[in-house]
Design a protein around this ligand. Structure first.
Ligand code: TRP
Length: 360
């Protein structure tokens, strides 16, 4: 069987270092492993509209930001097809058929949806499209016969629903769809970086993110004013590294060569942590080190982003080509789906022949 990856993001804003540590870095590694026959990354604009119907401009503007962030991180359009969800109408078509295989109460039980409903304050005014977006996500995944879906933990319920739909479809109409496997981030710590302010989540609405597109100065300013250990008042005081975002970022991004280069007094993070916990290490010093570490990671990303910002026509072509490739694949699968359901009236003459025989 072919090995096919599909994953995606909603284009609701620029991507930040949490996205990088939690998924983009891993996507690039998967892409460059050479282990996959096809790789697709979807810009899920239609899904983003399920809770932004009143603000389509936000989605329209952020599509390009997300593509630029992908390219900046090393997503290679020769190996990965980047496509726009709404430009593949077959995904809507599949969604409409899959909706019949899912009950409303099942949709209401999806834990991620429940969280999001609370977070967005929908109460009893839940847009129907929003409640049903996991079904549309099942269409995204199955249209490409994806075998592997690398996503964050919050997407587990979506994958569960997708598998249920696949089983149900194959049971009723015959084996047509492929059941996907989820690939969760290896490193738990990286799967959700805290915000600069110590909040459990890095999010645009909280204004506590370092964006992949931030300038060197912006990054430095943000790091230098980060929340650390509030009990670490004097340099000599013992410090806490747990729940300390500075140390969590170091956990996610630093390695031994960073220490050799910028802080040779320590060989690795464990040594620095011990010293900080004992007391005698100032927060400013740790932050300066973190800034050096982040710069090593972000500089090449920033430079690649600049390059693509200056080549928007090429970016447009990349998106167009990626979407064309994705569309062909989705058309193929949709044909198979409709054939399995017996609603492919004009694909060949088998339906009309049957009808003729019925009447003659
Ligand atoms: N729901 C995903 C998110 O919010 C985005 C997404 C849409 C997706 N379609 C997908 C992820 C298909 C994986 C596969 O991040």
């Amino acid at each position: 069987m072919q090995k096919i990856i599909l994953t995606g993001d909603r284009p609701t804003g620029k991507l930040h270092i949490g996205h990088y540590a939690g998924s983009l870095k891993n996507r690039v590694e998967l892409q460059d492993s050479g282990n996959f026959d096809e790789i697709y990354i979807e810009i899920a604009d239609a899904q983003a509209l399920t809770d932004n119907a009143d603000n389509p401009e936000k989605i329209r503007q952020n599509v390009i930001e997300v593509v630029l962030d992908y390219l900046a991180c090393g997503i290679d359009p020769k190996k990965t097809s980047i496509f726009i969800q709404s430009a593949v109408p077959e995904l809507c078509e599949l969604t409409f058929y899959y909706l019949n295989l899912v009950t409303v109460s099942r949709l209401e039980r999806n834990p991620t949806i429940k969280d999001e409903i609370k977070l967005r304050g929908f109460k009893t005014s839940i847009p129907a499209g929003f409640l049903a977006y996991p079904v549309s996500q099942a269409a995204d995944i199955t249209a490409f016969k994806a075998t592997l879906v690398p996503v964050g933990e919050d997407q587990l319920p979506m994958l569960e629903q997708t598998k249920e739909i696949v089983r149900s479809f194959n049971n009723i109409y015959g084996k047509t769809l492929v059941e996907p496997e989820i690939l969760l981030p290896k490193n738990k710590l990286c799967s959700r970086l805290p915000g600069l302010d110590g909040n459990a989540k890095m999010s645009k609405s909280l204004g506590n993110c370092i964006y992949l597109s931030d300038s060197e100065e912006e990054v430095k300013k943000k790091i230098m004013s980060m929340y650390t250990d509030p009990t670490h008042l004097k340099i000599e005081d013992p410090g806490h590294t747990e729940n300390n975002p500075v140390f969590i970022y170091l956990e996610a991004f630093s390695n031994a060569s960073h220490f050799a280069k910028y802080w040779p007094e320590f060989q690795n993070l464990d040594e620095l942590k011990k010293a900080y916990e004992k007391g005698g290490i100032g927060d400013m010093k740790v932050k300066k080190f973190l800034n050096n570490v982040m710069e090593e990671t972000l500089k090449p990303i920033r430079e690649r982003r600049k390059y693509w910002e200056n080549h928007i026509k090429e970016v447009y072509q990349i998106l167009k080509d990626g979407t064309e490739k994705a569309r062909q694949k989705a058309i193929e699968t949709t044909k198979e789906v409709k054939a399995a359901m017996g609603i492919n009236y004009f694909e060949n003459d088998s339906w009309i022949k049957e009808q003729e025989n019925k009447f003659n």
